[in-house]
Design a protein around this ligand. Structure first.
Ligand code: S3P
Length: 434
């Protein structure tokens, strides 16, 4: 599938963005580890979450999908039984890293792999802590690429100093620790999205976030719960960007997740001069939720984004490159080398894509430098099979003067299957053809 686009002159209306992918993964996995029914209301239909469902089902967990809810029939930790065959996590880094934590603590063998992109993503970051806890894990080569062969064990608790601010690594250790007798302590770079910690609190696990570290006391039996999943902020970010960039636009994104550990994008946009309001705040299933009101037409100014801010805006950085093209002066992102090991090398993908559309952008080792200019001219560009690159370039196409074609956009359903329909719902008049 390709997206053919022309300049979008109008973006108006209110929508409810589909449910959060990160939170849905966790609800499925923690629901499977708890005993009894976990009912997930408003779950994400993203392909990545389907990958988690398949891995759990193939490991003996009963999961029923109804119209607007999923029921996980959890039986507790040691009832999850990885099969003798290889489990396919497809494109999903969250599935393979979180499930590796779970499988490490179950005394059986599990084999996990994924598609060509996932087989090239480093797993050493989880192999190291899980091995310290007592699991035996083999991956390919120095970086521990999948397939992963995991020999699960009765684990021992550790104190671990996280070296990368990765929520997937942090969550992998936490999930392993849940089935480990004693106190596991995770310290170091723990400031990344905290959905695992919040959901485990919601399930009344013994997990405590103190100043600078997290403690988990394992082997507490968890009970199934009803969870409501808020709209996915990362999916919302494409519409936020469009609305900020299109004059006279005004959109309201209802009941969207506004967890502080995901709000880097909003903070940065506000500093650049965007008009964004967060209203009707509430807490749902231990997650902050609100409506986001965005108005266009502000004059944006370039900004510098540094290493400490990166974990809170990690998935929105490709989009920030697009916004940088429309901000006065220079926008510089530093300390974001993690982008190189996502579904594609997102630094390279965005630099190549945006240059094709006429942007003035340069790649650096750990980020990019964009110089804002009047407008993009449009052109043909490629998603590199990466959902967030595809959608970010579609946003760029919709603000370009000339015609744009974004090729190879099937990957969008990895996180946002109905993205094109949502553009239409907001009266976006720039999508010529899909
Ligand atoms: C995710 C964590 C982030 C993010 C990914 C989803 C999660 O990855 O980029 O899209 O659900 O935990 P890292 O934690 O590896 O940075």
């Amino acid at each position: 599938m390709n997206f053919k686009l022309k300049k979008c002159k109008n973006l108006r209306g209110k929508i409810k963005i589909p449910p959060d992918k990160s939170i849905t993964h966790r609800a499925l996995i923690i629901g499977a580890l708890a005993k009894g029914k976990t009912i997930i209301k408003g779950f994400s239909e993203a392909r990545d979450c389907i990958s988690t469902i398949k891995v759990l089902r193939n490991s003996g967990v009963k999961i029923e999908k109804r119209e607007d809810e999923i029921i996980v029939f959890g039986k507790g930790f040691n009832k999850i039984a990885p099969p003798f065959y290889t489990l396919d996590c497809e494109n999903s880094g969250t599935t393979i890293r979180l499930m590796s934590g779970v499988f490490s603590s179950i005394p059986r063998r599990a084999i996990l792999t994924g598609d060509a992109s996932l087989r090239n993503r480093p797993m050493k970051r989880i192999i190291e802590p899980l091995t310290k806890m007592g699991a035996t894990i083999k991956g390919r080569g120095e970086k521990g690429f999948p397939p992963l062969l995991i020999e699960g064990k009765e684990l021992k608790p550790i104190e671990y100093n996280l070296k990368i601010p990765s929520a997937q690594v942090k969550s992998s250790i936490i999930l392993a620790a849940l089935n480990t007798e004693g106190k596991t302590k995770v310290k170091g770079k723990i400031n990344s999205r905290d959905h695992t910690e919040r959901m485990l609190e919601f399930f009344e696990a013994d997990i405590f976030k103190r100043d600078g570290f997290i403690e988990i006391y394992g082997k507490k039996e968890l009970k199934g719960r009803e969870i409501k999943v808020p709209g996915d902020f990362s999916s919302a970010s494409f519409f936020i960007a469009l609305s900020v960039l299109i004059e006279n636009s005004e959109i309201l994104l209802e009941e969207t997740g506004v967890n502080d550990t995901r709000m880097g994008f909003i903070k940065i946009l506000k500093k650049m001069g965007a008009k964004i309001e967060i209203i009707n705040r509430k807490i749902v299933s231990n997650e902050p939720v609100a409506d986001i009101l965005v108005r266009g037409g502000s004059k944006l100014k370039g900004i510098e984004i540094n290493r400490e801010e990166i974990p809170f805006v990690i998935d929105e950085l490709p989009l920030l490159a697009v916004i940088g093209t429309q901000a006065k002066g220079i926008t510089k992102v530093r300390g974001a080398e993690e982008l190189r090991v996502k579904e594609s090398d997102r630094i390279k993908s965005m630099v190549v894509g945006l240059r094709n559309l006429g942007a003035n952008i340069e790649e650096t080792e750990d980020g990019f430098i964009v110089e804002g200019k009047e407008s993009l001219k449009g052109g043909v560009c490629e998603s590199f099979g990466d959902h967030r690159i595809a959608m970010s370039l579609i946003v760029a196409g919709l603000i370009s003067e000339g015609k744009t074609e974004v090729k190879n956009t099937d990957c969008i359903d990895i996180s946002f299957p109905l993205f094109g329909n949502y553009l239409k719902k907001l009266s976006c008049d720039g999508t010529v053809d899909i």
